[in-house]
Design a protein around this ligand. Structure first.
Ligand SMILES: O=C(CO)COP(=O)(O)O
Length: 220
């Protein structure tokens, strides 16, 4: 089927022991379905998760810098060194400048890391696609964390993003996100021409994350 990337954000429910528990649930459910399910936990939980769980792990953010005199920053090479698959870039909760997005995409290309550039509308999606990342993920900020799925509330933005990306660079794959939680939301996203979804609260903050993920992939 498709691609599912779960962003743990800085949610308490997706941190520490809970992050590891959730990663194990993702590993178990991944093994039962054809969908590719990856996670983006916070930096502090990554090493332990990667030791314990066989799931692709992404960063939620990376800085557009070289090694050097920077404090509290993450250099792209560091992601490669600890074994991450890639990173979200330019999430609406952690925006970058266009030149910085370009820098990170280029670095990732050379390092063999997967770039997922988040965008907020069709124009920024087209602009991001022009930089040649692996993925763009269209996420209207007003729907993030709302429980209202972008694929149903604003199918046009998804469809138009897919179309815009095709015109600019057809090698770039499109994800969509914001408010996704149900299987139907996911299937609708795929029907609109995306490769899958980027989501957070629908799984991470669910009362029963295992049930929520099983439902998302259609096992319930
Ligand atoms: O920002 C998101 C994923 O990166 C979407 O968040 P929600 O799934 O909580 O709406």
């Amino acid at each position: 089927m498709g691609i599912i990337v779960i962003n743990f954000k800085a949610y308490k429910e997706g941190s520490g022991k809970k992050a590891l528990e959730l990663a194990k649930i993702v590993e178990e459910i991944s093994s039962k379905v054809d969908d590719y399910i990856a996670i983006a936990p916070n930096f502090l939980d990554m090493s332990e998760i990667m030791k314990a769980v066989d799931v692709d792990v992404y960063a939620q953010h990376v800085d557009a810098i070289e090694y050097g005199s920077h404090t509290g920053r993450i250099v792209p090479e560091m992601l490669k060194d600890i074994g991450l698959k890639g990173s979200l870039i330019n999430h609406s909760e952690r925006r970058l400048k266009l030149a910085d997005i370009d820098f990170v995409i280029e670095k990732f290309r050379n390092l063999g890391l997967t770039s997922i550039v988040c965008t907020n509308n069709v124009a920024t999606t087209a602009a991001a696609a022009a930089l040649g990342p692996d993925f763009v993920a269209i996420e209207p900020p007003e729907l993030i964390g709302s429980g209202i799925p972008v694929s149903k509330a604003d199918p046009e933005i998804v469809r138009n993003s897919v179309e815009a990306v095709k015109k600019v660079n057809s090698n770039v794959k499109v994800l969509c996100g914001a408010g996704i939680s149900k299987h139907e939301d996911y299937v609708t996203a795929l029907d609109l021409g995306t490769e899958g979804v980027l989501l957070a609260s629908g799984i991470v903050k669910a009362k029963d994350p295992r049930f929520a993920l099983e439902e998302l992939v259609g096992l319930k």
